[in-house]
Every structure is written in structure tokens, then in C-alpha cells.
Design a protein around this ligand. Sequence first.
Ligand SMILES: [Zn+2]
Length: 72
Amino acid sequence: MPIHCKYCNSTDFRISRLRMKDLARLMIFHYPVRCWVCRERIYMSVLQMLRLRRDEKLRRDNGLNVNKIQPS
Ligand SMILES: [Zn+2]
């Protein structure tokens, strides 16, 4: 089930850079990501972050053809 941005309802995110204040969230396995559309920063679970990272890698490997990515 995709994560929706709580600000704009988008499902497109990229992994955000870690900051010191993220440490507390990391302790409970939340990872910061940034919404592509509204650029707000939200947290998702580490599992979802890993899936996002895998999708980003697939996107790079496939050029910009995101349609080749199969949902797991
Ligand atoms: Zn958003």
C-alpha cells in the first residue's frame, strides 16, 4: 500500500538527508523522506523507505521509464 503525503496526497517521495533531529525517529524505525510535489518532509517506516530506495534504483537502471517497475 503506497504512502500518501499528508499535505498534498502525492505518492512520490525521495529519500531525505538525515539530520540530527531524525535520530529519535530512527530509533523507532521511521525514516525521513521528502515529497516530490510539495517538498514537505514526512516520515515513513524503514521498510517502506527500503522499498522506495529499490524503486529509485530501478528507475535509474531503466532510465525514466517508470512503467517497467513491477509492484511487489
Ligand atoms: Zn506532498
